[in-house]
Each structure stands twice: as C-alpha cells, then as structure tokens.
Design a protein around this ligand. Structure first.
Ligand code: DGL
Length: 290
C-alpha cells in the first residue's frame, strides 16, 4: 500500500477537488456558500466529528489534528484546502503554511477563514464597535484582535467565548430549549461588555446553525455576520488572482462527505442542512501510515 506521503507526492500538480475541513458540522455552513460560488467544482468535505469540539483543546492538539486532516485531503488529491474552522485557522494555519507546506508540496495551498472575515467586517459597522463570538480557543488566540489591528486599527473589538454553542450543534440540540438559554446568556454578556456594538462576527463556523436562536435574542439593529458568503467571495477573488490554482480544481460538480464518526448521523444532519441527500463515508485520519 502506498504511504500517505507517497500518495501526496503522486498527486502533485494533478487537478483534484477542493478540500473543506472542519472539526465537525460547522464547515458545512462554509461549504454551502462556496458551492454556490463555484457550482462546477468538485469538493471533499472532511469533518473530524470523532474528536470535536476542538474549541477547548490545546494549541498542539488542534495543530496536530488539523495537520492530519490536511495531509489526508492532500493524499486524496486536493491541491487547495480550506480550513472552514476558526479554531484550526487560529491555532494551526500559520504553522502549516510556513512549516509543513514547503515540505509536503510547496505548490498546494491551505487557506483559512479569519483573515477574509477581518477584511470584510469594517463594511458592516456604522459606529466601529464590533462583537465577536468564538470558541474559547479562537478568542484566547487573539487572532481576530491581531488581524483587525493590522487591517482596521480604528475598530473596537469585544470578544466572548461561547464554550456551550458547539456542543449544542454537535449533539443536534441547536433547536432545543437548552440552546435558548445559552444563546440568550452569551448575547446578554457580550452586549454588557460593550452596549454600543452594532455588528457581531459569528467567529465559529458552527454558529450559523444556531442562527434562528441568535436572531431571536439579538437586538434588531445589530448586524449578525456569518462567514459563509464572506469566505466564498474571498475564494472567488483568490482564484481570479491565481488562475494556476483555478486550473488545478476538477469540475464535475460533485461533493464527497467524509467523517471520522458515525456516517449515518452525519448524513442525516448534513442532508437537512445542505438540502440534498448526503451519503457520508467514515474515514480514519489519526493512524494513517506516513
Ligand atoms: N467550527 C469550528 C470553528 O469555527 C470549531 C468548533 C469546535 O470544534 O470547537 O471554530
């Protein structure tokens, strides 16, 4: 059997699907918008549901898990991988881009979701007061603070970790009563930190799955930003500037769904969310031979 690194080498430069990775279901909110933007492209979605949530995990673990996922997707032939996960983008993206990519294959690309969101946010606020909901890992990394300080130093950012929101989604409780309690509580807490906030970033790709509840408790005058359309627009822009990568995406309009957990559970939630029948496959990414 060819090793993982061998399969990466063999697929170098050969067109393949776009890889989309998240710890679990959250990246589907990104995939849905990217597919709308690139309807002809092939995709492989990988959710590491068996090890989600990532939000409370250490820097090293998130980096190791994310690198395993990227290597797995590269070995499947992906030339471009989107980390559709803020926690992975905050804790692993830079190391993978700077340390691992040059060794794995310098011509492939791994892109994240934080930079495009930070670039876009200024056009959604009138008074410059921004809120951020994120996982404890994303908030503690201060990645949004650093990006905004570079891009829009005038904006005032207030952040709140929401440790319960991802478990609600992963356990299919996003529409349950428990979600009302935790969503309302965190909105109240954020607006207590800065009552002037007029735009809020949902800085975790799972959170749009709680959008009904978030809209219910968020004051109407506050704009709620989901990342899907922002990331899709930024990807289109990237591909226009990098036609060599655009050519390395196969165009069969297909999606393969891979999960490290129970595929039936994944398929039922993903089918509802993607409004398409989804048949997920279970894969193992943590004991692959390198
Ligand atoms: N959806 C991810 C994010 O955007 C990860 C959430 C988690 O696994 O805790 O941060």
């Amino acid at each position: 059997m060819t090793s993982l690194k061998g399969r990466i080498r063999e697929s170098a430069g050969i067109p393949g699907p776009v890889g989309v990775f998240d710890s679990g279901y959250g990246g589907l909110t990104i995939l849905r918008e990217i597919r709308r933007a690139l309807p002809q492209a092939d995709f492989i979605y990988l959710g590491d549901n068996a090890r989600a949530p990532y939000g409370n995990r250490s820097f090293d673990l998130v980096y190791n898990f994310t690198l395993q996922a990227v290597e797995y997707l590269f070995a499947q032939g992906c030339q471009l991988v989107i980390l559709a996960c803020n926690t992975a983008s905050a804790k692993a993206l830079r190391s993978i881009q700077q340390r691992d990519l040059p060794l794995l294959d310098p011509d492939r690309r791994v892109l994240g979701v934080i930079r495009p969101t930070a670039e876009a946010v200024a056009s959604y606020t009138r008074n410059g007061h921004i809120g951020l909901f994120g996982t404890p890992g994303t908030v503690a990394s201060r990645s949004y603070d650093m990006e905004l300080a570079k891009l829009h130093p005038d904006l005032v950012l207030s952040s709140l970790p929401c440790p319960m929101w991802v478990p609600l989604v992963e356990n299919m409780e996003a529409d349950g009563e428990g979600a009302d309690f935790f969503v309302k509580r965190e909105i109240d807490r954020l607006l207590h930190i800065d009552p002037q906030i007029d735009a809020v970033i949902l800085g975790c790709t799972h959170y749009p799955l709680l959008l009904n509840k978030i809209r219910k408790y968020m004051p109407r005058e506050v704009t709620v930003l989901s990342q899907g359309d922002i990331v899709a627009a930024s990807l289109l822009d990237y591909l226009a500037r990098h036609p060599e990568m655009e050519k390395r995406i196969t165009k069969g309009a297909s999606v393969r769904y891979l999960t490290t957990e129970e595929p039936d559970k994944f398929s039922s939630l993903a089918s509802v969310f993607m409004k398409d029948p989804v048949q997920a496959e279970r894969v193992t990414i943590d004991n692959i031979t390198s």
